[in-house]
Design a protein around this ligand. Sequence first.
Ligand code: SF4
Ligand code: SF4
Length: 424
Amino acid sequence: MSLKDFEHDMQRCSRCSFCKWLPFENQQHMDFIKGCPSAARYNFHAYAASGKWNMAYSFLNGRIGYSDAFQDAVFKCMMDGCCDVSCKTVQDIEPLQHMFELRKQFVEDGQMPPEHMLTIEGLKKEDNMLQGKKADRGKWAEGMKVKDLTKEKARVAFRAGCRYSFDEELRPVVRSALQILIDAGVDVGIWGRDEVCCGGRAESMGFAGELTKYADHTLEALKAAGVEVLINPCSDCYQCYKVEYDKIGKKPPVEILHITEYLHRLIQDGTVKLTKKVPLTVTYHDPCHLGRLSEPWIHWKGKEIKVMGQMICHEPPKKYRRGARGVYDIPREILRSIPGINLVEMYRTRESAWCCGAAGGVRDAYPDFANWTAAERIKEARAVGAKALVSACGWCRRNFIDAMEDGAPKIEVYDIIELVEKAM
Ligand code: SF4
Ligand code: SF4
């Protein structure tokens, strides 16, 4: 795809601004009806999906060129897709996919934020997004008795992902998850220091080549290890393997699961028993990559037809991803099955969840915006009476912690795996 492929969508954007808000049917509380963090924070049309359509259209037709203001609007965006869900309640167009192409174009022309270059240079050198040393990647699993997939075959592969591998505060989460699998008798292995990035976050910054490179690597690694199931505690990795690889025609021939999906099976069949009480009122934050963005990719091949000289239709009709088929119920069912947990819902949930602020390279280049976005979510969690905010992604957890250190209101933050472990 290229930016040009979205030109008709650019023309069809009706400038209705639905993309800035939650769909009407999902609006529950006046204070929490905004959906686009970028438009909410910068309060200017250019920062919403619609503004980016406008600018991209002018850019394509030579009416504007690169500028600091253009770059600012394009990259101060989490690529979380809340706009995409809202827009598709009124239009069949692809705001999020268009933004991927817009960023790709910026990167091809060397117009990315310098902080992104630093991250990507680290990725090219060390195969991770945190600028950690390649040799330290397997440290999170030190001392654990688990198969080494570089030497042995296993039915199930467990991938920690960059965030959990290099963020020392979060490492216990993936150790716990892996230990639960081992204790449950799962034939599981890890790649340890040979694990590499999935490439998904790089793609969201506009570096599409990194996605292809890591997809090829992953396909080979999975084949060599004879893996049938790939389990991810990181929602970003999960979405990347399940959706982004499929999008570029490199879907892995294995079952791709998030750790919550696998744990849910183990809880359902009685292998994992949650018996200890965890008396806590919690709310669940849907990670964008486990929720709306993890809806399976829909391939379409056909042509655009102009009807009555102006309306664009697709032949055959195109089906759209609208975010409703993400993983929403399973994490909630796990939480409800923990004795003592009182689960209360926030006002923006499921496909209309507010982003944690960590995605799309915003954490790398605009940490104040990332922290502001997380603070907004914490306020929402407190507004519904939650004592703890639970997520199922290391990036969300890290961003909430950092936001609190930066002055956001306080709340306890957990990864869902930690609560499962407490209940066992
Ligand atoms: S909701 Fe969609 S059609 Fe409406 S302004 Fe936003 S991008 Fe355009
Ligand atoms: S991806 Fe998120 S931040 Fe970017 S325009 Fe859409 S809702 Fe706003």
